[in-house]
Design a protein around this ligand. Sequence first.
Ligand code: ZN
Ligand code: ZN
Length: 282
Amino acid sequence: MPSRSLEVADIFRDHGAAWRAANAGHISLNQFKVMSAIERCRTAALGGHVARCADCAHEHIAYNSCRNRHCPKCQAGAAKIWLAAREAELLPVRYFHLVFTLPKQIADIAYQNKREIYNLLMRASADTVVRIAADPKHLGAKVGITSVLHTWGSAMTHHPHVHMIVPGGGLSTDGSKWIACRKNFFLSVHVLSRLYRRLILEGLAKLHKAGKLQFFGDLTNLADRNVFDTFLQPLRKIEWVVYAKEPFTGPKAVLAYLSRYTHRIAISNSRLIRFDSIFRYF
Ligand SMILES: [Zn+2]
Ligand SMILES: [Zn+2]
């Protein structure tokens, strides 16, 4: 067993320069920056500080980290910090795990309009929960939500959906008391899915009208308003799946699962197996 496990940074430091030379002209400035950040992260190149024990004079040198979005070392730490902060927010009540998905037809449009439609998905799903929960016919309370956008499914195909962690209750309108939901039942998924469907479809029509959607390839025809309306028509009738369940394992397990995704990078250090002429990962 090696004394220190293999890191993406080791591979970049050993072979990065040769790879960059071989691919000169095909590497973006951003790719250069990411490689440089990963190579220099937590080395003397980024500076650091020395901690010295006043009793035994033991010295420990801590080098600065790069904090790059793609750095395996920094993102592993960021995921831990995110998880600890979300766990600290948890109230001593039961929690529900909700998942809002987009039908395949809209996922295809989202692939060509990531910023606009991911925004719409995050907003529409949150508005749905807040509005239904506030309705006295349902819960009649103000709820808090933690939402995480997932854009890829487990099969590594484009599959935009939102995971939500929501407490099973909320504050009364005047903020004076806690209103808990019924046991094992947060809000009707049927009612949630109807409003969610309406908000997404209305949002899409608005984006289209404002000229904020772009269409390429097979979807080029959808730039026409009438074609777009006809395309959306069947989606007004089908059931949209909203998942809402109390997780058996509690909210912490769901947060831990989500934290592995929120700071995920292409190849984390733990996936590296060994480094010879070609490197291998699982
Ligand atoms: Zn780093
Ligand atoms: Zn997911």
